[in-house]
Design a protein around this ligand. Structure first.
Ligand code: ADP
Length: 264
């Protein structure tokens, strides 16, 4: 089981996207100030000191229309002009600060260099200072395959699994497990069917989704699930407990709009 270093932090390497829910009683204007988003992240306990700022650029934004009966969503996405994170920006970080780095599966030319840099760091670090690397394969168009053979924890999104011909989380977890490192764990969330995982011991785990009663907003359920899985793994919980925790937090999120209060 993982034993990530004590007081060190979890770093998320990716792009911030502004989500505008059409069911809100206030409507953020399209060019919402970047500081509003950062303030909200701080409020949620996310440290933003290392966020790369691009003055004058807009976040990519998604306007989401939610069906309040089913929680299903229609997303209208607008890619604005916010540049992707580059390897040279990533190199400014002191990796000694981190116990875990999670990468979004996008911008892979740069991200693969970041993964290599963390692996190099790990080669010369003591066991307890090693950084756990996780990566999410979500959108096939970004070709995130580099993660499969390199990361310690591979998140396979339903969309990506289906693109590769898998029709269940169980099949996806088995399929990808044969391609990851021997010491790696594969985790696959499958919407209201819950989630499955397989660790280095090859034992398959499944957890049903936790029903929040009424599903009102599933937007961000996948990222919530990933975050909860990482938090539980950082506490070295056994894999079936990790999976239950991920589904419980993600299920809870589906029963409310946004993320407020989830931490508790
Ligand atoms: P994404 O937001 O990436 O589409 P998923 O739909 O795969 O993510 O869901 C991630 C996790 O969120 C699931 O494993 C499940 O635990 C939870 N979840 C998603 N939809 C529901 C739902 N309708 N009811 C309860 N839990 C859900």
């Amino acid at each position: 089981m993982f034993q990530p270093g004590g007081d060190k932090k979890v770093l998320c390497a990716g792009l911030i996207c502004l989500d505008i829910l059409s069911v809100l009683d206030h409507y953020p204007v399209e060019d919402t100030d970047n500081s509003m988003v950062l303030d909200e992240m701080r409020e949620f306990g996310v440290e933003v000191d290392h966020v790369v700022m691009h003055d004058g650029c807009d976040f990519p934004s998604s306007t989401i229309i939610i069906n309040t009966h089913t929680g299903s969503r229609t997303i209208i996405h607008a890619d604005k002009d916010l540049p992707e994170l580059t390897f040279s920006q990533f190199q400014q970080l002191d990796l000694n600060w981190y116990k875990w780095i999670h990468f979004e599966g996008r911008n892979m030319t740069e991200v693969s260099q970041m993964v290599n840099a963390v692996q190099e760091f790990n080669h010369s670090a003591s066991m307890e200072d090693r950084i756990i690397i996780s990566g999410e394969c979500e959108k096939a168009k970004y070709q995130p395959e580099y993660f499969i053979s390199t990361v310690d924890v591979l998140f396979v999104a339903k969309e990506y699994a289906q693109h590769h011909g898998f029709t269940t989380a169980k099949a996806a977890v088995h399929g990808f497990h044969s391609r990851v490192k021997k010491s790696a764990t594969v985790v696959c969330a499958w919407g209201e069917a819950g989630a499955d995982a397989m660790g280095p011991d090859g034992v398959h785990h499944h957890t049903d989704a936790y029903s929040p009663g009424q599903v009102v907003d599933t937007l961000g359920a996948g990222d919530t699930f990933n975050g909860a899985i990482i938090a539980a793994m950082c506490r070295s919980l056994p894999l079936d407990e990790v999976l239950k925790f991920g589904c419980r937090v993600a299920g809870r999120k589906c029963g409310q709009f946004g993320y407020r209060g989830l931490r508790e």
